[in-house]
Design a binder for this molecule. Structure first.
Ligand code: DGL
Length: 262
């Protein structure tokens, strides 16, 4: 039986699971190593220099240890910064996660789009360039949220998170100038789809929420080539850099396509 390829999926915490979920769906034939750099969470609160200095050597160590055929940086706050550093340091292919501004602006009917990300992501030169290149006549509102990633992390870990706290982070996305109002919100942090049902319920009016995870999964699948046979060996592991105990393994199973991550 052939050995399934290993895909390493990396985020600052549990948010990258929303990307992993789509990749596992597209490629159940792979073995998955999910790494949550929770010892350094939240990335949105660190400087650009700190993130590069943290992520580049850490990903190098993970590549050496797990020999993945492909690495997914399932974090906008890191991807908008580190992809070129990673590609010049290591030969394995990388797939990043960056704000889906192009498809959002292409589909907005009111030409009013909001990009909801961490404070780091919305300040990045990379994000500003995406807007310059792909706004296609839309007014784009950048909304940097200080707390939403931590609220999502907390909710997935089983804690109570109040509606008012989520609604307060969302509010600046909803712009109404009397003539036009926002009709599209880009989820530019992989943590946010964890709260999507609640965000839909708390939104002042219905909008399209753009989650890039299915597009990332298609890209990963294309790079992997034709699927092998789904194999019993195609297991999954989850690694917390804080070395916290794996008390969430059962709760996280749906993100791993029903596998219990070791
Ligand atoms: N999940 C990360 C992202 O996509 C950010 C969360 C954090 O601040 O660490 O941007």
């Amino acid at each position: 039986m052939s050995v399934p390829p290993t895909i390493l999926v990396f985020d600052s915490g549990l948010g990258g699971l929303t990307v992993l979920r789509e990749i596992v769906r597209a490629r159940p034939d792979a073995h998955y190593v999910y790494v949550a750099d929770d010892a350094f969470f939240p990335y949105g609160h660190h400087s650009e220099e700190q993130i590069v200095a943290r992520v580049v050597p850490l990903v190098g160590e993970l590549i050496a240890r797990h020999a993945p055929v492909l690495v997914v940086i399932a974090c906008n706050t890191a991807s908008t910064l580190v992809m070129s550093h990673l590609r010049s340091a290591y030969s394995v292919p990388f797939v990043g996660t960056v704000p889906a501004i192009k498809p959002a602006c292409a589909s907005s009917r009111t030409k009013r789009v909001s990009v909801l990300g961490t404070r780091g992501t919305v300040q990045r030169e990379y994000t500003r360039r995406l807007i310059d290149d792909f706004a296609q006549g839309c007014n784009v509102t950048l909304v940097g949220s200080a707390e939403l990633a931590s609220l999502a992390e907390s909710a997935l870990s089983g804690n109570d998170v109040g509606d008012a706290d989520i609604a307060a982070e969302l509010a600046p996305c909803f712009v109404d100038d009397g003539k036009h109002r926002t009709d599209t919100v880009v989820l530019a942090c992989t943590h946010y789809p964890l709260l999507l049902d609640r965000m839909k319920r708390l939104a002042p009016w219905p909008v399209d929420w753009i989650d890039p995870a299915p597009a990332i999964a298609r890209r990963v699948s294309d790079l992997l080539g034709s699927p092998g046979k789904e194999s019993d060996q195609a297991g999954a592991e989850i690694i917390f850099t804080s070395k916290r105990p794996h008390t969430l393994s059962q709760a996280l199973m749906p993100f791993f396509g029903g596998r219990v991550p070791a």
